[in-house]
Design a protein around this ligand. Structure first.
Ligand SMILES: Nc1ncnc2c1ncn2[C@@H]1O[C@H](COP(=O)(O)OP(=O)(O)OP(=O)(O)O)[C@@H](O)[C@H]1O
Ligand SMILES: [Mg+2]
Length: 269
């Protein structure tokens, strides 16, 4: 790193009650490939952090190790002080970490509203009839009204009875975001949420996420290649390059740093 770490990151450099997520020397290998090497950073409650870097730099892999899809090869991940190693993805979801995937994972046999109701660990479930019944019937009364609120905040309210397979790609992505918000997670990880969104939809998503973070204290880590979206949404950026942490600092400073421009922004302007 080139010393861009400024207020948000240096403040989290000291252990404190407001640290929500703490990554310490996290590495992940796939055979001989070092997808993540010795990644250390912390995220405080209520922060909106952008995770950026070129294709293949390890961003989705980082989400996959935080959410228990992959085990770390080395290092530790603490969430609210609890070590996540060895916990299943369902347990991690229930601790309050929700996520979307780079490609939407929705149940196309269910309506938009039903997809929003079925809960935070739904993307990890095999869509057997038993799983669907269990997930849909049990939480229905508890979550139906929150689900309606979330899909209407994502401007999908008029589509609540539709099969999500009939929605444009951008709206399927928004449905995933709304499903994540229903169970009020503490930490939300969004993997390229603006892929397929128009500029207007992506601005609406910024307003929704800012509003949710302000009203509920939600903490966000967002991967996205759209620099205008990242600039408008995030307080702070963590930059990965070939699996290593290249920079961590305030958004404007990171985006203006020559070594970040050279490694990441070069082709994208
Ligand atoms: N399950 C896997 N098995 C083998 N290699 C993998 C696996 N998952 C990821 N990788 C490799 O790890 C590296 C990082 O991949 P990752 O998907 O995390 O990148 P990314 O930063 O999300 O890229 P993009 O911006 O294209 O989505 C890549 O070289 C990728 O091929
Ligand atoms: Mg990715």
């Amino acid at each position: 790193m080139n010393g861009l770490v400024s207020e948000p990151a240096s403040a989290v450099g000291q252990a404190g009650a407001d640290v929500l997520l703490d990554l310490v020397g996290v590495s992940r290998r796939f055979g001989g490939l070092h997808a993540l090497s010795d990644i250390t950073f912390r995220v405080r409650k209520g922060e909106v952090v952008g995770l950026v870097g070129s294709n293949g730099s390890g961003k989705s892999t980082l989400f996959n190790v935080i959410t228990g899809i992959y085990a770390v090869s080395a290092g530790r991940i603490l969430f609210q002080g609890q070590d996540l190693s060895g916990l299943s993805r369902h347990t991690i979801a229930r601790l309050g970490i929700a996520r979307t995937f780079q490609s939407p994972r929705l149940f196309t046999g269910l309506s938009v509203l039903e997809n929003a109701v079925i809960g935070v660990d739904a993307p990890y479930k095999t869509p057997t009839l038993l799983n669907l019944l269990r997930q849909l019937w049990i939480p229905w009364h508890r979550y139906a009204s929150a689900a309606r609120g979330a899909i209407s905040a994502c401007r999908l309210g008029m589509h609540e009875d539709r099969n999500p397979a009939t929605l444009p790609y951008g709206e399927r992505r928004l449905l995933e975001v709304s499903r994540c918000l229903v169970s009020s997670p503490s930490l939300l990880l969004l993997d390229e949420p603006t892929a397929g969104l128009s500029d207007e939809e992506s601005n609406a998503l910024i307003r929704l996420l800012h509003g949710t973070a302000r009203d509920t204290g939600l903490t966000l880590i967002v991967i996205d290649h759209r620099v205008s979206f990242i600039r408008a949404l995030c307080d702070r950026l963590v930059v990965l390059n070939h699996g290593e942490l290249l920079e961590d600092g305030l958004t404007a400073a990171v985006l203006a740093a020559p070594h970040v421009i050279a490694a990441y922004l070069g082709e994208e302007g």
